[in-house]
Design a protein around this ligand. Structure first.
Ligand code: SF4
Length: 387
């Protein structure tokens, strides 16, 4: 059995416009300026238990996604989230508030994000996936994060506004950057949008010479790929989550542990200015960069998802201690693959007969195994098909 073709949506899910997944609606909570305080975290955990299935995605766009929500419960969930100040005025503003912010650099990047958020209604209509990156920390770290308009600092500390895909940018400042972003967005809306879709990098790959002159003025290298390791890092602690998701219970533990967090695109929370020691009760929170669960993606599976044909989390816990150091693993409760993001060395897909083993998800399974067989010899699944 090969995996179904992925459905490419022209928009990102939000809270007001959630996306249907196999386990129900996925309601994306876009933390304002990337920050959540302890009370917000605890309340979101409660809302996830009440209206979802108690499992939340920690996304590569630095958001939390409440999973397993029914259409009937969605309005009440939105009311609850609105009371926490994390819901936008309408879908149009929510769609535009696609802002990645460096977790580093103190308040300045978040102050700029606040100014940008306040000005979003002045921006033209943009495709649903169009986004902004505010990457003005001590070094740029969002180079691999999807965005169309980027704000960075050059070596001289000047603020640079850069169209994604370019090695050049326009010098700007705190006073002028929002106005300049609107100019760039209006130019893109006029040249790069077709049927409501379009991305900056695709437009400039097709037509590299059409960018207006000011944005072709100053050369600067694109940021390198940066993925900080979980644990204590400069300026605070990066707290990652097993399998790229957090349970409502762990979110509550986190809320009791820190006064607030900054969401990061590395599927982790940043606790600024704090050395965090995790209590034993937080079994899905991770500050050990060598924890094998950082290389495993597992959807909620049974019994959380009604479509699941297997207990993904239980199996993931059984395999993790035997996961080879250079391997990644995806365990999915059915062929929909809700938790997948990127490529994996091994995929286990639950079926009515056990789990299909794939080394290449686009070809037929190498074997069909029961969870008991896998748990008895987890290393087997990483070996070649000739064993
Ligand atoms: S079992 Fe997993 S992959 Fe399938 S619909 Fe449910 S959450 Fe999605």
């Amino acid at each position: 059995m090969s995996a179904p073709d992925p459905i490419i949506q022209g928009w990102c899910p939000g809270a007001l416009r959630p996306m249907m997944s196999g386990d129900g609606l996925v309601v994306r909570v876009r933390a304002v300026c990337g920050q959540l305080d302890d009370a917000q975290m605890a309340a979101i955990a409660d809302l996830s238990d009440r209206f979802g299935n108690g499992i939340l995605d920690v996304t590569q766009r630095a958001n939390l996604q409440i999973r397993g929500v029914t259409a009937e419960d969605h309005p009440a969930l939105i009311d609850g989230l609105r009371g926490l100040g994390v819901i936008d005025a309408d879908v149009s503003v929510e769609t535009k508030r696609n802002i990645a912010i460096t977790p580093f650099g103190g308040d300045a990047p978040r102050d700029l994000a606040r100014d940008l958020t306040a000005a979003l209604s002045d921006f033209p209509d943009l495709p649903g996936k169009f986004g902004f990156a505010i990457d003005t920390g001590p070094e740029a770290v969002l180079g691999d994060v999807s965005a169309d308009i980027r704000v960075e600092l050059n070596e001289a500390g000047q603020m640079i506004l850069r169209a994604d895909h370019c090695f050049t940018g326009a010098i700007t400042s705190c006073e002028t950057v929002i106005k300049d972003m609107i100019v760039l967005a209006e130019w893109f809306a006029a040249h790069g949008v077709e049927n409501g879709r379009g991305r900056m990098h695709k437009l400039l790959a097709r037509q590299p010479d059409i960018l207006p002159k000011p944005f072709r003025g100053n050369e600067m290298p694109r940021p390198q790929q940066v993925i900080p390791a979980a644990g204590t890092i400069e300026g605070g602690t990066l707290i990652a989550c097993a399998y790229g998701q957090i349970t409502s219970g762990d979110l509550r533990v986190l809320s009791a542990l820190v006064p607030g967090v900054i969401m990061t695109p590395w599927r982790a929370f940043f606790a600024p200015g704090q050395a965090v020691t995790l209590p034993a009760a937080s079994d899905g929170l991770i500050t050990d960069p060598n924890d094998a669960r950082l290389r495993i993606a597992a959807c909620p599976g049974a019994p959380k998802c009604p479509q699941a044909l297997g207990k993904t989390r239980l199996l993931a816990d059984q395999i993790a201690p035997a996961l080879p150091g250079n391997k990644s693993l995806h365990i999915t409760g059915c062929a929909k693959g809700c938790a997948a993001s990127g490529r994996y060395d091994v995929t286990l897909t639950a079926t009515t007969a056990g789990f299909d083993l794939h080394h290449d998800i686009n070809t037929s399974p190498l074997a069909q195994l029961t969870s008991a067989q896998i748990a008895a010899d987890p290393k087997f699944i990483f070996q070649g098909p000739s064993k």
